[in-house]
Structure formats: structure tokens, C-alpha cells
Design a protein around this ligand. Structure first.
Ligand code: SF4
Length: 90
């Protein structure tokens, strides 16, 4: 996947601290996750970001809020994607 989309990322905008996306507190309702999610929510390349992280992230090393999702949420999404469509529809 071409990485040029990263130049349009909301997290790459001037003044946005990259550390915001790697909070120690991953409480889903906490200020840290909420702040990161709010920025991802304005990101024009969120879909590409999500596709990229789901395709490339090492499941054993998930960290940070990426594409608006916490590591646990990405683990859950990854698990859901592994469920065969015939089982998911049952
Ligand atoms: S969705 Fe969030 S983490 Fe992904 S590129 Fe956009 S701002 Fe950055």
C-alpha cells in the first residue's frame, strides 16, 4: 500500500502531538482516548489508515489509538474479520 496518504493524515497536521495517540491510559471513556478519537474522527484518510493497520500490525504488539481504535478494539475487529462469513451470518 502506498504510504502517501499519510501526508493528509489529521495526526500529521502541524501542532498535533503524535504522543496523543499513544496514551498510557487506554480507558475508553478517558480524556486521552477521547482526544485521540476526536482527531481521528476528522481525518480524511481514516479508512486507509484502518486498512493499513489491520493489514500490517503485529497482533502481539498492538499499541496506541490508530484509526480511532484502541488496541483492544483492533484485536476485536481482527477477530471478527477471521470469523467465516457463513458463521457470522448464522
Ligand atoms: S485515522 Fe487517526 S491515526 Fe489514522 S492517520 Fe488519521 S489521525 Fe492518524
Amino acid at each position: 500500500m502506498n504510504g502517501s496518504w499519510r501526508q493528509e493524515a489529521a495526526c500529521a497536521r502541524a501542532g498535533v502531538d503524535p504522543e496523543l495517540f499513544y496514551p498510557l491510559d487506554l480507558d475508553l471513556t478517558g480524556a486521552a482516548v477521547t482526544t485521540a478519537r476526536r482527531i481521528c474522527g476528522t481525518c480524511p484518510v481514516r479508512g486507509l489508515c484502518l486498512a493499513d493497520v489491520m493489514a500490517t500490525e503485529d497482533p502481539a504488539r498492538r499499541w496506541g489509538v490508530i484509526a480511532g481504535l484502541t488496541p483492544d478494539e483492533r484485536t476485536e475487529l481482527h477477530r471478527d474479520q477471521l470469523v467465516p462469513a457463513s458463521r457470522a451470518a448464522a
